[in-house]
Design a protein around this ligand. Structure first.
Ligand SMILES: Cc1cc2nc3c(=O)[nH]c(=O)nc-3n(C[C@H](O)[C@H](O)[C@H](O)COP(=O)(O)OP(=O)(O)OC[C@H]3O[C@@H](n4cnc5c(N)ncnc54)[C@H](O)[C@@H]3O)c2cc1C
Length: 447
């Protein structure tokens, strides 16, 4: 039985350990954090994530989807909150298509426990990777008991955006590495359940308060609460830095997000207690050192969260990697290289798509022209299924490689710009004439 090492039991590492166990490997997983079950430390504030089709497919492959589904809340549409409290709506996909709000801590715990349930998987909590010999596929871990070397024959590094294993790879010749902090950071806030214990906003929706250069979003939790995230510039006239006091923060919220503020009775305490965190994009290559070490998940491609695809893309890494191992009869040398080459363009594409979606969410969702474009696309795609899949659906509700989705999205944007430039389009967008013009333009792009 092959014996391998996984660094990091986060979302991707814990799922990957299940894949490896099901392939028949003996797996040792080393995780820096303490075992939450033994320390008695509660999982803290409820932080949630949007899980979509790529993530579901990867969970399904190892039989984990049903367990995750138990506490996942479908979000069928975006609900946009204007400054005056007026609401507008945009479905995410076709009827019954949804993205799902899941608890980050709950999901991670479920996956770790499922991994540990395999007799050939051992998870060592409280073990921090401090060194790695990436040519040999070995790593060194520090714990309360001292220092320990791994003795598996390969290293799967899923130790997140600030990967220690990647830091060692950076010292190798011809390793490319790029780290970019965007201008915005974020702060999480909480809307508690109402007096009746129920959600105080529409439950099965993702709420957005788009305000141009910044935005607030809220995703539902099973306990009747919402987790909100304010994405806001770190510095500048309107920024976290400028909101020096809780009074200033309250005044800002009262002006920008009145309806959300009214649902946060302890706003001041939350604002003071919850940290501001930064957002980083990581690109690197190559992801592997022969058949000995390979990076994936955030360790090789951390992205901004605006497409809700960071975890989903990391989960998809697992499904793709598993298929590549299968195709190569578990020959690591060939499989690691093929996986890394195959996935890198897709990782670059989703990084770009995620930044584009930030502009869409914080700014465009507030613009009538954007909503009109979405309606035209939805109508055309309903009339001609198979001919036009909106970019959002390609990314969120399909398994089309991200790089192909990005390229198709760029072609669609160019075409839609011509449609939106037509006279009186706001009035006649449903007309046969407009649909015929779309067909003509689409055929021309294919010719
Ligand atoms: C605000 C925000 C919102 C997001 N929303 C979404 C969303 O809606 N949908 C989505 O798909 N994605 C979302 N993401 C992205 C998602 O969180 C990440 O892509 C995902 O967590 C990556 O999983 P990972 O396992 O690769 O890394 P991580 O989750 O970071 O896990 C890495 C693990 O490695 C451990 N570790 C680190 N260093 C060491 C070491 N030296 N030794 C041992 N262990 C170590 C860590 O403790 C951790 O457990 C969001 C991200 C942010 C910041």
């Amino acid at each position: 039985m092959k014996h391998v090492t996984v660094v990091g039991a986060g979302l991707v590492g814990s799922l990957w350990s299940i894949y490896l166990a099901q392939r028949g490997y003996r797996v040792e997983v080393f995780e820096r954090r303490a075992d939450p079950r033994k320390t008695g430390i509660a999982e803290g504030r409820s932080i949630n994530l949007a899980l979509s089709d790529r993530g579901w497919a990867a969970l399904e492959k190892v039989g984990m989807a049903d367990a995750v589904r138990q506490s996942a809340i479908p979000m069928y549409r975006r609900v946009m909150h204007a400054v005056d409290g007026a609401l507008s709506f945009q479905p995410y996909g076709k009827e019954n298509q949804a993205i799902y709000s899941v608890s980050r801590g709950g999901l991670n715990r479920l996956l770790v426990e499922a991994a540990e349930a395999h007799p050939q998987v051992t998870v060592h909590f409280g073990h921090r990777c401090v060194d790695a010999d990436v040519e040999q596929g070995r790593a060194t871990f520090e714990s309360a008991e001292g220092t320990q070397d791994s003795n598996g024959e390969a290293l799967f590094a899923t130790d997140g955006a600030f990967s220690q294993v990647r830091a060692k790879m950076q010292r190798r010749d011809r390793f490319n590495y790029e780290q970019e902090y965007i201008d915005h950071g974020y702060k999480e806030l909480h809307i508690p359940p109402g007096a009746d214990g129920r959600h105080q906003l529409e439950r099965e929706a993702l709420h957005i308060w788009p305000r141009g250069q910044h935005m607030l979003i809220a995703l539902p939790n099973p306990d009747g609460s919402f987790t909100c995230t304010l994405f806001f510039p770190m510095e500048g006239a309107e920024s976290f830095e400028a909101l020096q006091t809780v009074e200033a923060a309250r005044a800002f919220f009262a002006a920008q997000f009145r309806d959300a503020l009214d649902l946060m009775p302890d706003f001041e305490a939350q604002w003071a207690a919850n940290p501001v965190a930064s957002l980083v994009i990581i690109r690197c290559s190559p992801w592997n050192v022969g058949g000995k070490t390979v990076l994936f998940g955030d360790a090789s491609h951390a992205i901004v969260p605006f497409y809700g695809q960071g975890m989903n893309s990391g989960f998809e890494d697992c499904r793709v990697f598993d298929a590549v191992l299968e195709a190569h009869g578990d020959d690591f040398e060939h499989a690691f290289a093929e996986f890394a080459q195959k996935r890198k363009p897709d990782a670059d594409a989703i990084a770009e798509l995620a930044m584009r979606n930030f502009v869409e969410m914080r700014d465009l969702t507030a613009q009538p022209e954007f909503l009109l474009q979405k309606k035209i696309e939805a109508r055309f795609s309903a009339l001609h299924p198979g001919q036009w899949m909106p970019l959002y659906s390609q990314v969120t509700f399909s398994h089309i490689p991200y790089a192909e989705a990005l390229a198709a999205g760029k072609r669609q944007d160019a075409l839609m710009a011509q449609i939106l430039a037509r006279p009186n389009i706001a009035e006649n967008w449903e007309s046969e004439e407009v649909m015929a013009e779309m067909r003509r333009l689409l055929e021309a792009t294919r010719a």
